[in-house]
Design a protein around this ligand. Structure first.
Ligand SMILES: [Ca+2]
Ligand SMILES: [Ca+2]
Ligand SMILES: [Ca+2]
Ligand SMILES: [Ca+2]
Length: 454
């Protein structure tokens, strides 16, 4: 058969075999490209699938951590007090391939650079949005007086405007109008709806909400947030607020307390049965029988001139209120000085004094409020008394978790209420988007390990 020749545009001949070769080469090149492309995308898929798996591992670790906390709280020997941080694990707790941490707050002692404190946190170490007065709210760092007024208007059931505050008239004029709530705060995030609650007032420099100064929170405007690079964490008001703190107004065994203002006979019997006739008489003489106006059990302790050890024996049996629950008292054992400084009778100086005094005390020493009377002046104590407690029934667990090799980061903030025995989750929020909360040291460890493995 005659060999067929082709003539191209320049008139040169080339063979059909040559053309086939070029076509085959082009097709091969295409196939190789496609193979490479799919290979690469499969690798990405594989990695992504890995990340998904690690994310699941981390999520499951958070569920495990939730049950772990419920177990700790349920079996705590001291219901109504913060569990001893030594009695449970809170840092890099392994579950299968995953690990979890409870991101806590240092509570007085300064924490290492860029390493968060770990453990559960008392909700009563914060000011309660539903009970704090305007003056108390105004004491918080970064709080504006208009926001404090607007918070009062948001929660009070009337529609009368506080000076500088905001009721429905204000909110109904917004682009997306809504009514003022005129009811209690159910979450702290609800503040986003309140007039003047700007993002930087709420969250301050602590954008990842871990209570420590991360590198990006101390480099000015080089990376978000736009901080002041002064080496100090200027936290937002969210750090100091809660909507959950409340205590049952019964003795630890569930039996009713004695109201020192009104139940004189019951009080006398309690004193006699606990301390004997003679000592009971001395205590009664010290108060002059004038207990009907005391504003707190701490004030009763001060005027009764009992010893701290005596007071500790009967404190749980005493109250000044007939309510079933007492909301919003601040835990003097765990609250940061910024919160304590907001309370009546206290200021920055006295708050610092309390915080430094408690670092010397054991958890057992601090179960009774008596220790506060050794630190504060008599009048300061009497002023602050109605707002102080040593108890805690609601706990926050800020659970961060990672899967294998530190991948698949997840983070959930949970609040547990232990009243009634069975710890219940009363609040849950995904905080993963706030960013890595475990500090640069732990992150570096994971990155190094990952590089080694590659
Ligand atoms: Ca109102
Ligand atoms: Ca931070
Ligand atoms: Ca920054
Ligand atoms: Ca700062």
């Amino acid at each position: 058969m005659k060999r067929m020749d082709y003539i191209n545009s320049s008139g040169k001949k080339f063979s059909r075999r040559g053309a086939v070769l070029i076509i085959v080469m082009v097709i091969s090149l295409c196939l190789v490209t496609i193979a490479l492309y799919f290979g690469d995308s499969m690798l990405l898929e594989y990695r992504a699938a890995d990340n998904v798996v690690e994310g699941y591992e981390a999520s499951q670790a958070i569920e495990g951590a939730r049950r772990y906390i419920q177990f700790i709280l349920k079996n705590s020997e001291d219901l109504g007090y913060i569990p001893d941080p030594e009695s449970y694990k809170s840092e890099k707790v392994k579950i299968g391939n995953a690990s979890f941490w409870f991101v806590g707050r240092p509570g007085g002692e300064t924490s290492e650079d860029e390493k968060p404190a770990f453990g559960m946190v008392c909700e009563s170490s914060r000011l309660n949005l539903n009970t704090a007065t305007r003056e108390m709210l105004e004491g918080l760092p970064g709080m504006t007086s208009t926001l404090a007024a607007a918070i009062i208007d948001w929660r009070d059931t009337n529609m009368e405007l506080s000076p500088g505050g905001a009721e429905s008239q204000h909110y109904l004029l917004l682009d997306n109008p809504y009514n003022c709530k005129d009811g209690a705060f159910e979450t702290v995030e609800e503040l986003r709806l309140v007039m003047d609650a700007e993002w930087d007032v709420l969250y301050g420099e602590d954008t990842n909400q871990n209570g420590i100064l991360d590198a990006n929170e101390n480099d000015g405007d080089k990376s978000p947030p736009d901080d002041n690079a002064d080496g100090i964490l200027d936290a937002g008001i969210i750090e100091y607020l809660t909507a959950y703190s409340r205590e049952p107004n019964q003795r630890s065994d569930g039996s009713p307390r004695i109201n020192v203002r009104t139940q004189r006979q019951e009080l006398r019997d309690l004193l006699r049965n606990t301390f004997g006739e003679e000592r009971a008489n001395q205590i009664e003489q010290a108060t002059g029988g004038n207990t009907q106006n005391v504003r707190s059990v701490l004030e009763y302790y001060i005027i009764s001139r009992m010893t701290a050890a005596e007071f500790a024996q009967i404190e749980d049996a005493l109250t000044v209120s007939n309510e079933q629950t007492i909301p919003g008292r601040v835990n003097v054992n765990t609250a940061p000085s910024e919160v304590l400084a907001c309370l009546p009778g206290m200021d920055e100086g006295t708050a610092e004094k309390v915080v430094s005094a408690r670092t010397q005390k054991s958890l057992d020493d601090m179960k009774s409020l008596a220790w506060v009377a050794d630190v504060l002046e008599r009048e300061q104590c009497i002023e602050a008394g109605p707002y102080l407690t040593t108890r805690c029934y609601q706990f926050r667990a800020d659970i961060s978790a990672v899967g294998l090799n530190g991948r698949g980061y997840r983070r959930d903030l949970l609040v547990f209420d232990t009243r009634g025995g069975e710890p219940r989750v009363v609040y849950r929020r995904d905080l993963a988007r706030a960013g890595w909360a475990l500090g640069s040291k732990i992150r570096k460890e994971y990155l190094q390990r990952e590089r080694k493995e590659e």
